[in-house]
Design a protein. Structure first.
Length: 641
């Protein structure tokens, strides 16, 4: 048989959301609780010896399991790819499953109708109850062989008295009225005090409330988000399993110890829900009221199939089929991975026995039709049990080891931090030593400078003392010179009076000279002005001469032009007279030349007048030149008082 090592993990697991409006009982899962972020699967302690293999089935898939108060173990084998034998068996110490409650009940001719009324068609789930001191085994028959559709008289619920292994009651369901044609009844829980059974339909996605007294069935939460496959979730079969196309809704069911809550989880889902049974038992409660009563208890971290409460601790065990493991949700709401094993391929159902063992089935149904395209030869199923006491001890040890590891890591981190601080302190000390050394060098240099300065000050003081002596001698000499100067001052006083008188006379002469200088300056200014006027007159004269010369040239040219024109006119007149008889048209030219002659005469007159103006300008220039000469001669004559 293929066995793999067991991983027992105790980890702060999955985030838990949602809230509970009712205070939890000792065996209930609090809807609030801790809210850890996630769950991981590191290598754990090898506890293979804690997991006891009770049976291996190579041909069939063990699914439902129940353990009586006396330790009897019962297992169901649903009809998947081929008809199992038996459909319901009691497990023997040898690992053999013996048909239960009898061979007859396990013999069905595979025909819908009357034969299915007295036979087990496809046993799915088990649970037990104790009523008035008697223990009963409840067997859920899905009536859907190969999951190809519910057959007539197929779906039913058996109640078997374990005291004599007799079938006490059979509750038949109307496959057309109570269910859909493709319903797959997956799990069952019975509240004997209320006389009610709860069934899950993983294919349709809903829960059925069965009134055992009235034999009436009511469907609730059909197609609700909590009972159908969870949106966005894809099933992975095993930690390294391939993605599966299986789309199954609610399967696992479990009742709280007081029966006040029904807990459930979808196969393809990551969320745990619960709903108050009071609203389920209320025939007047509509779908809206039931839907509003549903409580989201938060994520579980895996697709789940079976659920089982430990009413003594309030822990809820779940088969985590995507991780080949069993998870536990503590009463506080914290999720932990309890045990993992390679044989737990699609762990299906759980049962808690009085001997302290947790019994479980591994169906490997994902390797068989209809969950797989073809059935695998390596699809063995197992019935296993594990001691909760040892698991809890191992979990404690794992937690302590993890805490020790964390403490070691923390100590290591503290040591590294201390080493870093020591290294930083060493580096700081080295830096401070360098600073101190540099400061010492600076102090030494400063001391040298102070010594040098003191020497310079001493030299300066000595030089000052020598200079003081020189200055004292100079002062004495100056005092002597002052006395001699005083004596000379008495002698020089008379000379000073004479000098003052001479100075007064000199001042008078200076004032006279100053006045003469002022008059000379005025005369000079007048002369300069006259000179400027003379220069201007000379320039005007030169301009007039130039103009006269130009006028004379123009007059001469005009006269010459007039003479030429006159000669031409006379010539033309002669020619005109000669040609008058030959060509009368020459008269026009003669007239034009006459006009030209007149213009020439006028130009001659203008030239004559210009000549006269030039002659007048020459006369005026001569007069102005004479006047300027006279003013210049007057300016050269000096004046004095």
């Amino acid at each position: 048989m293929n066995k793999m090592s067991i991983l027992v993990l105790s980890l702060a697991g999955l985030g838990v959301t949602g809230c509970s409006t009712t205070a939890p009982h000792s065996d209930e899962v609090s809807a609030a609780g801790d809210q850890p972020a996630g769950i991981t699967f590191p290598a754990g302690t090898d506890l293979n010896q804690l997991v006891v293999e009770l049976a291996q089935f190579d041909d069939h898939s063990p699914s439902g399991i129940a353990v009586s108060s006396t330790g009897r173990v019962f297992v169901t084998f649903p009809w998947l790819d081929r008809q199992p034998s038996p459909a319901l068996g009691e497990l023997q110490p040898t690992g053999e499953a013996v048909a239960y409650p009898s061979a007859i009940w396990n013999q069905w001719d595979a025909k819908p109708g009357p034969s299915a009324l007295r036979a087990i068609v496809s046993a799915q789930a088990l649970t037990t109850t104790i009523e008035n001191g008697n223990e009963f085994l409840w067997v859920l028959d899905s009536g859907n062989p190969r999951q190809r559709g519910v057959i007539v008289a197929g779906p039913k619920l058996f109640k078997i008295d374990l005291s004599d292994d007799s079938v006490a009651q059979i509750f038949y369901f109307d496959h057309q009225r109570d269910f859909s044609a493709d319903s797959v009844l997956s799990d069952v829980r019975v509240d004997a005090e209320q006389g009610v059974a709860y069934l899950s339909d993983s294919q349709r996605g809903g829960i059925y409330v069965v009134d055992l007294k009235q034999r009436q069935t009511r469907a609730v939460l059909v197609g609700h988000e909590s009972t159908r496959p969870e949106s966005g979730v894809t099933l992975h079969t095993g930690p390294e399993g391939e993605r599966s196309n299986v789309r199954l809704g609610v399967a696992g069911l479990e009742l709280s110890a007081d029966g006040d809550y029904l807990y459930y989880h979808a196969v393809v889902g990551r969320t745990l829900y619960r709903v108050p049974t009071a609203v389920l038992l209320d025939d007047q409660a509509g779908e809206v009221a039931v839907s509003e009563a549903v409580e989201n208890l938060g994520t579980t971290g895996s697709a789940m199939d079976g659920l089982k409460f430990n009413h003594a601790t309030g822990d809820l065990y779940m088969t985590a089929l995507e991780h080949n493991a069993v998870y536990v949700r503590r009463a506080s709401g914290k999720m932990e991975s309890l045990v993992a094993d390679g044989r737990l391929r699609w762990p299906d159902s759980l049962a808690l026995a009085n001997d302290g063992y947790l019994y479980l089935t591994a169906s490997a149904k994902h390797l068989k039709r209809p969950y797989a395209n073809r059935s695998s030869k390596d699809a063995s199923g197992y019935v296993l049990k594990v001691s909760l006491e040892y698991l809890e001890l191992a979990a404690v040890a794992a937690r302590e080891a993890e805490e020790a590891q964390q403490a070691y890591e923390a100590s290591k981190a503290l040591a590294e931090e201390a080493n870093q601080r020591v290294e930083a302190a060493r580096q700081t000390a080295e830096a401070e030593a360098k600073v101190a050394e540099s400061a010492l060098r600076e102090v030494s240099a400063a001391a040298e400078q102070v010594t040098k300065r003191q020497f310079e000050v001493a030299q300066a003081e000595q030089a000052a003392a020598d200079q003081l002596k020189v200055e004292e001698a100079a002062a004495m000499q100056a005092q002597q010179d002052a006395q001699a100067a005083a004596d000379e001052a008495v002698t020089s006083e008379a000379v000073a009076h004479e000098a003052e008188e001479a100075a007064r006379l000199a001042r008078i002469k200076a004032e006279e000279a100053h006045r003469a200088l002022l008059k000379a300056q005025e005369a000079s200014q007048t002369a300069e002005q006259s000179l400027a006027e003379a220069e201007a007159a000379e320039q005007a004269l030169e301009a007039a001469v130039a103009q006269a010369e130009t006028a004379q040239a123009m007059a001469l040219e005009a006269r010459e032009s007039a003479d030429r024109l006159q000669d031409a006119a006379e010539a033309y007149q002669a020619r005109a007279q000669v040609a008058a008889d030959a060509w009368t048209t020459e008269q026009g030219y003669a007239q034009e030349f006459a006009a030209a002659a007149e213009r020439a005469e006028r130009l001659a007159d203008i030239a004559a007048r210009s000549l006269e103006q030039a002659q007048l300008a020459e006369v005026r220039r001569s007069e102005e030149s004479d006047n300027a000469g006279e003013r210049l001669e007057l300016a050269d004559v000096p004046t004095a008082e």
